[in-house]
Ligand binder design. Structure first.
Ligand code: FES
Length: 191
């Protein structure tokens, strides 16, 4: 099975094919290529390697965030209140987390670390303390990231760590007016 390292090497090979892989693809060998003296192998890349490049396609927004379609009669409801105070009540499936749900519905939740609990850009404020109490306690990682969140409140959580369960049916969360993306601010402070 391919490991992340071998996958990354394969990707690198596709981007920067070695001289050998170019000739294996049927490119004239370096001794017979009449243009070889005037340009590097990489300048041949568009002609020779193009068939190998992966095709990219766009997907409709409802496929973002990898959420599940709720089964009929088993829908759970969660309401997001956005920065403009607009309410978005959504029918969702058990097991999906708030980051994926928000992104699948094009709500403004950045999720800079992709849900690995390493940023605070999926910060949400749980509006009902009763629901907040029903959620499993945040782990240390989540608390560490929450400490960095802009506008932290007593009922703040990270959206990527909140998984919808039957107990959370009817949950209402507010998206904070701002989030802090430390990586982005690092870059801007250096420039
Ligand atoms: Fe980064 Fe949730 S997306 S912590």
């Amino acid at each position: 099975m391919a490991t992340p390292r071998t996958l990354s090497r394969s990707l690198q090979k596709l981007r920067y094919p070695s001289f050998r892989s170019i000739s294996q693809l049927g490119h004239p060998s370096f001794s017979t290529c009449s243009r070889i003296k005037s340009h590097s192998p990489l300048t041949c890349q568009p002609r020779v390697v193009a068939p190998l490049l992966r095709q990219f396609s766009t997907s409709p927004s409802h496929q973002h965030g990898h959420i599940h379609k709720p089964k009929e009669g088993e829908e759970l409801y969660v309401t997001f209140i956005d920065k403009e105070e607009k309410e978005h009540k959504l029918a969702v499936a058990e097991g999906d987390n708030l980051l994926d749900i928000a992104q699948a519905h094009d709500l403004e939740m950045e999720g800079a670390c992709g849900g690995s609990c390493a940023c605070s850009t999926c910060h949400v404020i749980v509006l009902d303390e009763g629901f907040y109490e029903k959620m499993p306690e945040p782990e240390d990682d989540e608390n560490d990231m929450l400490d960095l969140a802009f506008g932290l409140t007593e009922t703040s959580r990270l959206g990527c760590q909140i998984v919808m369960t039957k107990e959370l049916d009817g949950l209402r969360v507010k998206l904070p007016s701002m989030t802090r993306n430390l990586q982005a601010s690092d870059f801007s402070s250096k420039s």
